[in-house]
Design a protein around this ligand. Sequence first.
Ligand SMILES: *Cc1c(COP(=O)(O)O)cnc(C)c1O
Length: 382
Amino acid sequence: MTGPASEIHRLLRPDLQGRTAYGAPQLDVPVRLNTNESSYPVPQVVVQAVLDALAGELPDLNRYPDRDFTRLRKALTAYLGRQSGVTVTAEQVWAGNGSNEVLSHLVQAFGGPGRTALGFTPSYSMHPILSETLGMTWVDGARERGTFAVTPESAAEQARAHEPAVVFLCSPNNPTGTALPFEVVGAVLAAAPDAVVVVDEAYAEFARPGTRTALELLPGNPRLVVTRTMSKAFAFAGGRLGYLVAASELVDALRLVRLPYHLSTPTQTIARVALEHSDALLASVEAIKEQRDRIVEELDRIGARPVPSDANFVLFGGLADERATWLALLEEGVLVRDVGIPHHLRVTAGTPQETTRFLDAMAALAATHLRSPTAYAGKQES
Ligand SMILES: *Cc1c(COP(=O)(O)O)cnc(C)c1O
């Protein structure tokens, strides 16, 4: 091969050659249920409050932003107290342009070349991507076949075996939807004494009643990190604001790897004002949970195999050929996600109307797209 493409390929870091970039399709179709965004627009009252706040600050864009995003940190602290009942200080909170950025800061500070990162697959695809592109060895930890569950015993055993520097737990887990048993976090902390243990709680606000947050475990666990985001429940994916909570010493270390002034003045302001209006922004969460539960019930009724969900999406199996079903849904104007698990697809809970479009399309496809019951005879679904 000659030409510019091969010229660049030759220059690329050897460990990046042959990799493909993260890329959920961004297609312009009527019903977009593929990236777990909220289908609800930002309420007008929040739009106006953001505009008012920005008007006061835009003349000062000649100056760099507050490097330590002090006011935003306080707003995040107050929100976490309201949402979870757990009290944290502003020094325990760190933020970035999406939780992907704070995850990247964690890997840069506590991972890196020569170290191992462990996660339990299938889980969020950015955990291995961030770890490997920053030079770590990634270990695909196992879940139970069929149910995608992780037990404290199995998680601890795998953590002990691989001596990781970073462990990623994801609860509620993407793409399976189910929250981890609370005991997994403590078991992994004990079994991996040299690891920073990250619990990605991007979907915490959607969890079913009784689901506990790892925030409760922060006192006395200086190696524990809980990450959250405004991209899902807050209906704020375009605002790009993710954050984490940990011991203040750990948070302080992240300043070594962040780029100076990584949170722009508009980002800090937009996120802070949005947090001050958290009730308005979170108003759609209950409606989304209702549609999520409706999807689980209806898919179960037609013979597709939904996985119990604590998130704003549902993973479902029972498909003869997930690629064919993905395409057939797209032809009906419904975009869902092929997450690379054989016989499964993932769908985001949308508005009642969007959910109806998806469920009607699935009901029509059921006769031709579901696996016959004999496909399961004598074996677990993989
Ligand atoms: C969507 C998602 C995120 C969010 O990423 P942002 O960068 O905050 O938009 C993080 N973790 C998981 C598991 C997710 O599904």
